[in-house]
Design a protein around this ligand. Structure first.
Ligand code: GDP
Ligand code: IMO
Ligand code: MG
Length: 430
């Protein structure tokens, strides 16, 4: 068996949580492969809304094992809040939520450093979620980090103190900010005690053995490909590999074990935090998309920047990820508008181009648009592709053609059931 992958093709918040929750019923294991509590994955099941940050989005499907892979970074305080929330919702997790021993820990001082570093950057700040992501991955690659597998070691407190002292020295470089370190530390150690009750696994063996036994594994991405540390709009990115390659390092599987790569895009585009966004709309249409799409961060509550879909950007992330099928979410946000646009190329000082080169990060890419007719009707109650409005089907065909990738699902609302499956040519041929 191979690992199927679900990941975001834009700047995050594409609707990954909803799609993972929907598809999880077809799998035995759902595994998060990177990121941390900077993620906010929203699920809506029979009117109830749930937001997950670290826990994989397969947790609401009975009998499915959910693994937090070693590419993820865990804040024990945030994870325990999620566990409280699952208990409140009567979701049994104790036997179904496993932690990779190699997963790195976010210390309270990592959060402190994140906030202080952002404050020092002033106007040039990344717009980080302030969850300690950057400093934790820095300690990981700097070979100073603490991991879940270390928490039972008798030396754990000493190693913790050493790392904390190092952070305290670094903090002197930054402007002073409010942070109650003592209170945060005491919550952190209490939360760690609780996490000791969860099963810890050698994720790479667990996943590879599951595949060898014929189990079906779904890898869940966080953030989006344009926030990838290597290929995103650096430095306005996150600190992990959000792309398919991150599945191999984040779960310990070989590239030959990657199966379907399901890339998710909204019908338009959003971004939270700073950085280039060529198709951003600062007019009434941008405001309409934000209001109608309820585009406010699931983790920080910040308003998301909104704009039209950007096809050169999608071609780039489809290429880097090896996307085999596309999911288009939030098409219902276009129900009320007469027409909408998609960027098909950029104009820059060198002429017209369909590429996302190094210079993309420095801005100055002016989109060239194509317009599409709206469908002026609600999509509620529509349960098959063939009964969708013609204008919407034309748009989906255009996307498939332009992006040379089949669309397999179209999401028409936040609810689990608001999803239209569209047979791809490969499926039709079977
Ligand atoms: P994720 O981080 O990729 O999991 O996405 P988020 O949960 O941060 O943001 C997606 C938002 O859109 C959430 O509020 C979802 O409930 C909502 N959503 C997902 N799919 C659809 C859809 O097809 N239509 C509408 N209207 N909302 C959707
Ligand atoms: P999900 O999984 C959208 C953005 C932040 C900031 C940049 C760096 O819900 O799609 P970080 O805290 O990682 O150092 O912030 O990345 N960002 C996200 N934007 N969705 C996310 O996750 C994000 N996680 C981080 O806003 O611009
Ligand atoms: Mg999100």
């Amino acid at each position: 068996m191979k690992v199927d992958v679900i990941l975001g093709l834009q700047w995050g918040d594409e609707g990954k949580g909803k799609i993972v929750d929907y598809l999880a019923k077809n799998y035995d294991v759902v595994a998060r492969f990177q990121g941390g509590p900077n993620a906010g994955h929203t699920l809506k099941i029979e009117g109830k809304k749930y937001v997950l940050h670290t826990v994989p989005s397969g947790i609401f499907r009975e009998n499915i094992i959910n693994v937090i892979g070693n590419g993820v970074v865990i804040d024990p305080i945030v994870l325990c809040k999620e566990l409280d929330f699952l208990e409140g919702a009567n979701v049994p997790y104790e036997q179904r939520l496993f932690l990779s021993k190699k997963t790195h820990l976010i210390l309270p001082t990592h959060r402190y450093l994140d906030a202080a570093s952002e404050a020092a950057k002033g106007k040039e700040k990344i717009g980080s979620t302030l969850k300690g992501i950057g400093p934790t991955y820095m300690d990981k690659t700097g070979r100073n980090g603490l991991r879940i597998g270390d928490i039972n070691s008798p030396n754990f407190k000493t190693t913790y103190q050493k790392l904390k002292e190092k952070h305290t020295v670094l903090l002197n470089m930054y402007p002073k900010i409010d942070f109650d370190l003592e209170a945060e530390e005491s919550k952190w150690f209490e939360s760690l005690e609780r996490l000791k009750k969860l099963k810890q696994v050698d994720c790479e063996y667990y996943i590879n053995e599951a595949l060898a036994e014929g189990k079906r594994v779904l890898a869940e991405g966080a953030q989006g490909s344009m926030l990838d540390i290597e290929y995103g709009t650096y430095p306005f990115v996150t600190s992990s590999n959000t792309i398919t390659a991150g599945v191999c390092t984040g779960l310990g599987v070989s590239p030959f074990k990657i199966g379907e790569v399901i890339g998710i895009t909204k019908a338009y585009c959003t971004r939270v935090g700073s950085g280039p966004f060529p198709t951003e709309l600062s007019d009434d249409m941008g405001e309409f998309l934000r209001k109608e799409g309820m585009e406010f961060g699931a983790t920080t509550g910040r308003p998301r920047r909104c704009g039209w879909i950007d096809l050169p950007q999608l071609k780039y992330t489809i290429m880097i990820n090896g996307v085999t099928q596309l999911v288009v979410t939030k098409v219902d946000i276009f129900n009320k508008i007469p027409d909408f646009k998609a960027a098909t190329a950029y104009k820059d000082i060198n002429g017209t181009s369909e590429k996302v080169p190094f210079e993309f990060g420095t801005g100055g890419f002016k989109p060239i648009y194509e317009s599409f007719d709206g469908w002026h009707s609600s999509l509620e109650g529509i349960d098959s592709y063939s009964t969708m409005p013609n204008q919407l089907r034309n748009y989906i065909h255009f996307l498939e053609d332009h992006l040379s990738t089949p669309v397999s699902m179209i999401s028409t609302g936040p609810e689990r059931k608001s999803l239209i499956l569209k047979e791809t040519e490969a499926q039709q041929a079977v």
